[in-house]
Write a protein that binds this ligand. Structure first.
Ligand code: N01
Length: 557
């Protein structure tokens, strides 16, 4: 049983900052943590942010691998809360690369003077709820304990990179990289032989760039993935001006969209078109590029027969691009409907396999036996490299949250509460952990949406909730078990109306051995989800239970 030191440190439970502490501890200084801090300052609340990295930017701070780029247009993948920021900042490309997005994060941090409340190089490792103080005691790896009324987990959905359990991994004597933890100093592969393990989004972006530099690249593919050309290009002054003139309306429109992105939709089934019309439509979408391909028809995520038509089209494209038919055949994704694993977006991915210095190794044909000091052995051959790049993904959505030893009411741990998969109410809170909010947590649209739109929606909701608690002298707010279980059931039910659960994806937790297999994000759409969250707040935070601050409780007696 933990010792409850909250009373001693925090004094009488109120609804403001506990004595000697702050109103809120925010974990993470990515886009979520940055905007949360800004909103709380606006409410006159005190907040401290802890960030494991040496700078702001979250995902864009860590994922510095060659070719890292966002697949949502920059005019849309950017903050909409400040007209000054959105008018002042200028993007150089339609889909910006990681260095530019990181510069943007730093620009926002400077503009809002955020760094003075951020402690860098520091991880939050534990958080204990004090029933007596109605507050959290948050512990860092530097040994500091901070008392706070609330904790906001702005830890990101893809922030725990995953190294695979391959025998001999530690024995490799060359350089080892993970795309999600790329070094800050430049990495030069000139004249080197490189092995890339994995063919997800990170690999698909980095392989073409590494192949331009390296002497030879071996790509180890376990599951082929669908990828659509991004059609990135320079930002034109005219396109940018069009957006900036109309930003208010466009941001409002994006917030209502299913994906949080203004996208060309087609309210028609793929089966309603003739074969010729369908081909023309897919061809036009392929030329348009990017994730919009999945909106070619309204039922690609719902109807297997419709989805098959899109699969057939992309297969034909791959066969058309890759000159060696045997290599093309290996690149054809066949074990999941298109889009049910996150669709990849590339610049010259399939073309890269026409290069003489790139070899595709099909792992289902010749599985990996072990990593050796000089490279890697499959059942078919031995490969020698100077460097290995693990593009092997993340323990998504729950990995980072579960690394923190979080103990709520009566010592109940988050790890126990989520033993069968993440259980949340609206992806915002979990029963048993009062005043612990998650930004884009499991059970919210998060990774199925434009992350910045979803981050802004959550931050606004959380800030308003905290403001309401203070105004109403509520010391603690917590998801009710019943409301939470009803939400979890709804999240599952909606997911199982789609084809998504058919794929062994990280959305399902399938990439981590032993992880419960549940569909984690909410697929009901950003617009509908926002309406639900707003309705819950308007009804006095329906589905949450509250503990009144002591002064308010005494006054009411
Ligand atoms: O990770 P992934 P990612 N042996 O999990 C393979 C976002 N993102 O970093 O499919 C051999 O998708 C694994 O194989 P399999 C985006 O949401 C966005 O690429 O499990 N292979 C797979 O091929 C994305 O979805 C952007 O059979 C092994 C790969 O490693 C998410 O981040 C850019 C293996 C992992 O793919 C994650 O993408 C980049 C093993 N033991 C990322 N273990 C954009 O905005 C794993 N693999 C464009």
């Amino acid at each position: 049983m933990q010792q409850d030191v909250g009373r001693e440190i925090a004094g009488e439970p109120g609804s403001g900052a506990p004595a000697g502490g702050c109103d809120v501890v925010i974990v993470g200084a990515g886009f979520g943590g940055m905007y949360m801090l800004h909103r709380l300052r606006g409410l006159g609340m005190t907040a401290r942010v802890f960030e494991a990295g040496t700078g702001v930017g979250g995902t864009w701070y860590w994922n510095r691998y060659p070719g890292a780029r966002c697949d949502v247009e920059s005019m849309q993948y950017s903050f909409g809360f400040s007209d000054e920021i959105q008018q002042e900042w200028t993007w150089s490309e339609l889909f910006s690369g990681q260095p530019e997005i990181l510069r943007y994060a730093n620009f926002v941090a400077d503009k809002l003077d955020l760094r003075r409340d951020i402690t860098f190089n520091t991880r939050v490792v534990k958080a204990d709820w004090s029933e007596a103080g109605q507050c959290w005691l948050v512990g860092t790896d530097g040994g500091e304990t901070v008392v706070a009324r609330h904790v906001v987990m702005a830890t990101g959905c893809l922030s725990s990179s995953r190294m695979p359990d391959i025998a001999g991994r530690e024995s490799f004597a060359g350089r080892v990289f993970h795309t999600g933890q790329w070094p800050h100093e430049p990495v030069d592969f000139t004249g080197q032989v490189v092995g890339v393990i994995g063919t997800g989004s990170s690999a698909i972006q980095s392989i073409p760039v590494i192949a331009e530099q390296a002497k030879h690249v071996y790509v180890f593919q376990r599951t082929p993935n669908f990828s659509i050309p991004s059609r990135n290009g320079p930002m034109t002054a005219e396109y940018e001006a069009q957006w900036k003139r109309d930003y208010g309306r466009r941001r409002a429109e994006a917030r209502k969209m299913r994906s949080g992105v203004i996208a060309p939709l087609n309210d028609k089934s793929a089966l309603a078109d003739s074969e010729a019309a369908r081909r023309d439509n897919y061809e036009a979408r392929w030329k348009l590029g990017g994730t919009y391909f999945m909106q070619s028809y309204n039922d690609l995520a719902l109807n297997k027969a419709s989805n098959d038509t899109a699969v057939a089209f992309v297969h034909e494209k791959i066969r058309g691009i890759v000159k060696d038919p045997a290599v093309a055949a290996k690149l054809l994704p066949s074990n999941h409907p298109i889009g049910t694993k996150r669709i990849c977006v590339d610049t010259d991915y399939y073309e890269t396999f026409n290069r003489a210095n790139v070899t595709l190794v099909d792992l289902p044909e010749t599985p990996i036996k072990e990593i050796t000091p000089t490279g890697l052995d499959t059942t078919g051959a031995s490969y020698a490299f100077d460097a290995i790049v693990f593009a092997t993904g993340f323990d998504a959505m729950t990995g980072t949250l579960l690394k923190i030893d979080m103990r709520g009411r009566d010592g109940a741990t988050l790890r126990e509460a989520w033993a069968a998969g993440p259980h949340t109410y609206l992806g915002l809170m979990t029963a048993g952990l009062p005043n612990m909010f998650m930004i884009t947590g499991p059970g919210s649209p998060s990774v199925l949406s434009n992350m910045i739109v979803s981050i802004e929606q959550h931050v606004d909701w959380i800030a308003e909730c905290m403001g309401w608690m203070r105004a109403n002298q509520v010391a603690a707010l917590e998801a009710e078990q019943g409301a939470q279980e009803a939400w979890v059931a709804h999240v599952n039910e909606v997911a199982h109306r789609t084809l998504y659960p058919q794929a062994n994806s990280w959305y399902m937790g399938a990439n981590i051995p032993g992880k419960p297999q549940v569909f984690m994000p909410y697929i009901g759409g950003v617009g509908a989800y926002r309406e639900k969250c707003d309705a819950v707040a308007a009804a006095g935070y329906e589905g949450f239970r509250m503990t009144r601050a002591r002064a308010a409780a005494q006054a009411a007696e």
